[in-house]
Design a protein around this ligand. Structure first.
Ligand SMILES: *Cc1c(COP(=O)(O)O)cnc(C)c1O
Length: 371
């Protein structure tokens, strides 16, 4: 008689996969500890909440929800194309950029391939690689960031794809435009480079790489963006890739037709045009970043200089214990031991008063450690 064993039926890569660990939801901590007024600085969300314009647009959209969404996302693609001066046929929409990253891997990577990413890189890269059964190559980081020369050295005949997040999560490290451009020139044309620019909006405009233009220069380049961070739509799930038209055509063959729903399509469209909200988000982030780095400097805490909307702070050996103590103080941050950063905690930039709650809680914890 045969016995049922789900694990042996699963694809080999899937059997050894660890699921993505998201930031702890506020409601979960409320349930567990019975506390209120929780401050969540764990998932790099926009602390401003939904913009008023998006909220109104969502309300207007409700009546249409019995209908299927536009499978091609015509209006959103038109808006993206206009805003960034690209063509609509270069765009692939996703249910968050995670969806696009997975779509890219499934379209191009097979179990015979290798995929390169950096140590301390976004965990979705190893997950999508492993799920396919491909071999992930984590190149040791340099000063917590990408070692581009090391990544070039790791390329071999089996290499199909390289993932680079710029700025990187969870380190906040940033690659200058020149360095990236030189790197792209050195990558063989048959190796795809996925440039994940989830935090691009937080980088000063003059420092941003002209990545959408590079797509014309490097047909093997794929750039991804998200509406989850500076645009403030994390809960709606909206992201996209900009690539050459040929790659977009392939991605759109694999993409589920309704991967973005009517609400996320409309919200993303309105958010793109809401420059006031975007500007405010960047100011709030710059202010909060200064507030947190000043606190660290005063306390003698080291941190990784960040160009994102979060700061990864070296709190020492007892990072896990400090994380727990912060939870009990009603502050959720993100442990990053799973990113080979066991001495660090990643703190998302919140509103000034939220950052202050974290700062006060940390001060108390640090004082107890000494005492
Ligand atoms: C947050 C983040 C994303 C965005 O994910 P969504 O699925 O769009 O919410 C993508 N890449 C990195 C590196 C991130 O940190």
């Amino acid at each position: 008689m045969t016995i049922f064993d789900a694990k042996t039926l699963a694809n080999e890569g899937v059997r050894n996969l660890s699921p993505y660990q998201a930031g702890k939801p506020i409601e979960e901590l409320e349930r567990e500890l019975g506390i209120r007024n929780i401050v969540k600085l764990a998932s790099n969300e926009n602390p401003l909440g939904l913009s008023a314009k998006v909220k109104q647009a969502l309300q207007d959209q409700l009546a249409g929800l019995a209908r299927y969404p536009d499978a091609n996302g015509y209006y959103l693609k038109t808006c993206i194309a206009e805003k960034f001066n690209i063509k609509a046929n270069q765009i692939t929409l996703g249910n968050g950029s995670n969806d696009v990253l997975e779509l890219i891997a499934r379209t191009f990577v097979s179990d015979k391939n290798e995929v390169i990413y950096s140590q301390h890189a976004f965990v979705v890269y190893p997950i999508v690689t492993q799920a396919i059964g491909a071999k992930g190559i984590a190149v040791p980081a340099k000063d917590y960031g990408h070692d581009l020369d090391g990544m070039l050295d790791a390329i071999n005949d089996r290499t199909r794809m390289i993932f680079i997040a710029n700025p990187n999560n969870p380190t906040g490290t940033f690659l200058a435009s020149d360095a990236l451009h030189n790197f792209l020139k050195s990558v063989p044309a048959n190796v795809l480079v996925v440039l994940d620019e989830a935090y691009s909006e937080y980088v000063a405009e003059e420092d941003r790489a002209p990545s959408f233009q590079w797509v014309n220069e490097f047909p093997n380049l794929l750039v991804t963006r998200t509406f989850s961070k500076a645009y403030g739509l994390a809960g709606l799930r909206a992201g996209f890739a900009v690539t050459g038209a040929e790659i977009a055509d392939l991605l759109n063959r694999v993409r589920q037709p309704f991967n973005m729903n009517s609400l996320s399509l409309r919200a993303a469209e309105v958010a793109l045009g809401d420059t006031g909200y975007l500007e405010k988000s960047v100011i709030v982030n710059d202010t909060g970043m200064a507030q947190l780095t000043l606190f660290c400097d005063e306390q003698g805490l080291r941190y990784i200089p960040s160009r994102g909307n979060f700061l990864t702070i070296e709190v020492g050996e007892d990072a896990a214990g400090i994380y727990q103590k912060l939870l009990h103080a009603g502050v959720i941050v993100r442990p990053v031991a799973g990113y080979e950063l066991p001495r660090h905690l990643r703190v998302s930039i919140g509103l000034p008063e939220e950052n202050q709650v974290f700062i006060e809680a940390m001060k108390k914890i640090l004082a107890e450690q000494v005492g």
